[in-house]
Design a protein around this ligand. Structure first.
Ligand code: DGJ
Length: 727
């Protein structure tokens, strides 16, 4: 990869073997966007911008009526100088003025990566992995300096973030400071977004741009199950396997805002960053504010190509710690099997069945702490319930481990129940308005993580339980969104900082705990995939994908999640039937095949199963262990789309190419059955592959080009898994 500045065209060209990103300085002071896409050798302005004297255009250069910021493709547009499209920033000064004029002031190119402070980001392990361009813009009148950071990697990836420094004597209020803005010269795009709801996360929405704007956002305090800080921009013809697409994803877990806005002359503006709604940050003299980082990924190999790049990057350069490379344990979680009715005796019984089945980790979910028999009490009091665990938590963990399984527990650290010792002692530790009774959600309130005392309390409470070393897994849950924004800790003028300070507070706790307990596997959860984002992935290498464990619903949820996130980060469990969320009954085989597309777990009372079912589960787990490395670290290909078809299918190819795992699920049975042909992907066309169960041998070319057919099964929700070995 390389970054060059061309004196003749005053252009910056960031490129590697796959992509090019070009900007230039116009009129010695404005930064315009020229190109982002497939690699070009150099930028000689074949696709230069032509300016005309157009109606209603403001002219910042009084001697040139053709030039206007409203028609210039900008790199980081402000407001008030005639660009009436969506601005990337909005500041307010003490005299009430909100105008700014940032002009180009210089640049620096360096090896390696510069990253936003105290925020999760893509990292490098050596300076050889990336190059960074920093462009300075200055507002001399206001004494402000803006740094735009661009890092390019070997893969088709570019990251961006922005930093602002107050070099004046006055406080500046930041109302909006987005992480990226990008103006494309065309408009004929399809836009992809990932939205949904609790138990229906990451639906895939695709639509054509029609001259207006598309906005994605969350103002819930978390990235949320309702929206994803992601925008996919692609050609109409782009499919799963072919065509141009680029994706922008914000590495952030709080309120975000993103938009695709059509300009009046056929251009498209793409933006992503912290949600400006209710955001107001006071930047004191000498202080600096860094935005979260955005990842831009480009592919000409369709959505599958885009996802593969995200997967590689997130798995290797966002996930950290020893679990990054480690196979994840098959777990048994107590929640859907027992809910709050857990006890030492029951956990030990579960441990016995877990061992018998080949399970490696027993997770004690909600209900283990003092007085927690329903969701109405006790959050915040992180001490075991003496009645349920007379010998204490550590003893239980010890006993479980002696049986031969690891032991993990559930926490919801960011919350407090009004009925708890913690709330009695510290009613001022919750997020609330001084004027109103705080609104409850799931009977609980949110702790004010902007307050350092709260953070210290949580670190201490969790450390106390983890320091013994017997607990090797933590499920970190978060089950409500932020209302009544108000902090007793922050001053009046800092109240608009609360949502972002909450996220920064959370990140600092996670940084501390994950560093302090490197041997603990942390799994993120927010009522399932409510905070399944790249920010959390930086601290916790896996996430509970959804509270919806129905195998059929999961087809869509996992398909949508896989647009960005690698399968190794997705928790997927086999649960009881009829399913607790939708009442559907699917076979144990189908539930397993769907869950085996991620981090396999079981979440049901194994003791209620028949001997035959137990035997089947044992076989499933043994099989999963044989394909685990492929599923968790191999390449993943989506072969059918459950959003538009009556089926879903995918295949994995192991890192060394030797093992192929193919799965297919037929959703509803049809009498006039259409025999599906699925074309596998990622195989070697010249190699031979053996079906390990039947011994049949097929050429890689046949499996990829002619495909395989699935025979008719007269039953809804039937599933097939075939494992091939390269010969
Ligand atoms: C929501 C989670 O998503 C569930 O898996 C479970 O942990 C419950 N919370 C417990 O309250």
């Amino acid at each position: 990869m390389n970054i060059v500045y061309d004196e003749e065209y005053k252009s910056f060209h960031l490129y590697n073997e796959k992509i090019s990103y070009v900007m230039k300085i116009e009129k010695n002071c404005y930064l315009s966007h020229c190109y982002f896409g497939k690699r070009i050798r150099r930028w000689n302005e074949a696709a230069k911008m032509y300016y005309y004297d157009r109606g209603f255009c403001a002219n910042p250069d009084e001697t040139d009526r053709t030039f206007s910021l409203d028609t210039m493709p900008g790199e980081y547009p402000d407001f008030g100088q005639g660009d009436f499209r969506s601005p990337a920033m909005e500041l307010e000064f003490q005299d009430g003025d909100r105008n700014t004029r940032f002009h180009y002031a210089g640049y620096q190119i360096s090896a390696g990566k510069l990253s936003p402070e105290k925020l999760p980001h893509v990292y490098v392990e050596s300076d050889k992995e990336a190059m960074t361009l920093e462009i300075w813009m200055k507002d001399e009148v206001r004494g402000l300096r803006l740094s735009l950071y661009y890092t390019i990697y070997e893969d088709a990836v570019l990251t961006r973030f922005v930093s602002i420094k107050n070099e004046s004597e006055d406080i500046v209020k930041i109302h909006r400071l987005l992480s990226m803005s990008l103006d494309l010269g065309e408009q004929d795009y399809d836009i992809l977004t990932l939205g949904g709801a609790h138990t229906e996360e990451k639906n895939v929405y695709r639509r054509h741009l029609l001259g207006d704007s598309i906005v994605v956002e969350s103002s819930r305090g978390t990235s949320s199950p309702q929206a994803t800080p992601f925008l996919g921009i692609m050609r109409k013809e782009t499919t799963e396997e072919q065509g141009e697409v680029f994706g922008a994803n914000l590495i952030y877990s709080g309120n975000f805002w993103g938009c695709v806005q059509c300009g009046q002359y056929g251009t498209t503006r793409v933006q992503l960053g912290i949600n400006p709604f209710q955001f107001c940050w006071n930047l004191k003299p000498g202080e600096q504010f860094d935005t979260p980082e955005t990842v831009l990924v480009y592919s000409t190999e369709g959505l599958g190509g885009m996802s593969a790049i995200f997967h590689r990057l997130y798995r290797k350069r966002v996930c950290r710690g020893k679990f990054r490379e480690k196979e994840r344990p098959v777990l048994l979680n107590s929640w859907e099997g027992m809910y709050f009715a857990i006890s030492e005796e029951k956990m030990l019984e579960l441990a016995d069945t877990a061992v018998e089945a080949g399970i490696e980790l027993l997770v004690m979910d909600d209900g283990w702490f003092r007085g927690r028999n329903s969701d109405t009490t006790s959050l915040g009091d992180w001490i075991e319930d003496q009645e349920k665990f007379p010998e204490g938590l550590q003893k239980l963990a010890e006993k479980v481990r002696e049986k031969g399984v690891e032991f993990g527990i559930w926490f919801e650290p960011e919350m407090v129940s009004p009925e708890s010792e913690l709330y009695k002692k510290h009613p001022d530790w919750v997020i609330r308005s001084k004027r109103y009774r705080p609104i409850r959600s799931r009977n609980q309130l949110v702790l004010d993580l902007a307050n350092p005392e709260v953070r210290e309390y949580l670190i201490e409470a969790l450390s106390k339980i983890l320091k013994n070393g017997n607990i090797t897994y933590v499920k970190w849950d978060m089950n409500r969104h932020l209302t009544d924004l108000g902090s007793a800790f922050l001053n009046r003028e800092n109240q608009g900082e609360l949502s972002h300070r909450y996220v920064l507070g959370l990140y600092s706790i996670l940084e501390y705990l994950t560093e302090m307990f490197p041997d603990v596997l942390f799994e993120s959860c927010s009522s399932g995939g409510g905070r399944f984002d790249a920010g959390m992935l930086y601290y916790m290498p896996q996430t509970w994908t959804s509270d919806n464990t129905d195998a059929v619903c999961r087809l869509k949820i996992q398909h949508g999640t896989s647009m960005l996130f690698p399968t190794v980060s997705m928790g997927a469990h086999v649960s009881a039937v009829p399913n607790h969320q939708v009442g559907r009954t699917t076979s144990l085989e189908t539930r397993y095949i769907v869950a085996a597309a991620g981090n396999l777990g079981y979440e049901l009372d194994l003791q209620k199963l028949s001997q035959d079912e137990m035997e089947l589960i044992k076989k499933q787990i043994a099989q999963y262990k044989r394909i685990r490395r492929t599923v968790q670290f191999g390449a993943y290909y989506r072969l059918a789309d459950p959003f538009s078809e009556n089926q879903s299918a995918w295949n994995f190819v192991s890192e060394d190419g030797k093992q192929i795992v193919f799965s297919h699920v037929q959703i509803l049975a049809r009498s006039a059955y259409r025999i599906p042909t699925l074309r596998l992907r990622g195989l070697d066309p010249k190699a031979e592959y053996k079906n390990v169960e039947t011994g049949e041998v097929f050429g890689g070319d046949e499996l990829m080009y002619a495909g395989i057919t699935i025979p008719r099964v007269r039953q809804d929700f039937s599933a097939t898994m075939i494992i091939f070995e390269k010969m």
